[in-house]
Design a protein around this ligand. Structure first.
Ligand code: ZN
Length: 160
């Protein structure tokens, strides 16, 4: 049964799309569901899955509910887990020698928060639509600072 439905597909495809987002504050949870859906719906894939992947170590991808008070709760939660104003060796530019850039800024809290969240989510595609639950939305979570463009890859796997 499974075999025959697989072989009747037009042939698996992989397509990589990208999305750019510039956060206005940090932390900030930015709902990217509609944009991801717009990108994916242009593709011929109707059955498969997508991987939504953020190419940064201080901005995460998470699925959660878009309810304004909950978003404030979650942003506050992140600050409790790894407060911005704690001491981080990563921020101690007197001792740090690795991966230093000209515009290096203290962001140890953002890396530690990111550790709990991760860089990607997988969403099934059914009938050409994201098979998200009623309250599930895709978020880019900016953890570091505002004003920097963030790149999100949306890789589509599947067939028609
Ligand atoms: Zn850093």
């Amino acid at each position: 049964m499974e075999r025959s439905s697989l072989s009747s597909m037009a042939g698996p495809q992989v397509k990589t799309l990208s999305l750019r987002v510039t956060p206005e504050r940090a932390p900030q949870m930015i709902d990217i569901t509609d944009e991801v859906h717009r990108l994916v719906s242009k593709e011929a894939v109707t059955t498969g899955f997508i991987v939504v992947f953020c190419r940064h170590t201080t901005a995460a991808i998470r699925i959660n509910e878009n309810e304004p008070l909950l978003i404030s709760d979650m942003e506050e939660f992140l600050d409790k887990v790894a407060p911005r104003d704690c001491y981080y060796r990563h921020n101690d530019f007197d001792i740090r020698t690795h991966n230093m850039t000209d515009d290096e800024c203290p962001n140890g809290h953002a890396h530690c928060q990111h550790l709990l969240m991760g860089a990607s989510e997988v969403v099934p595609l059914c009938d050409g639509k994201l098979a998200l639950g009623r309250w599930q939305r895709l978020f880019l979570v900016e953890l570091d600072r505002p004003g920097r463009e963030r790149e999100v890859l949306v890789q589509v796997f599947g067939g028609g």
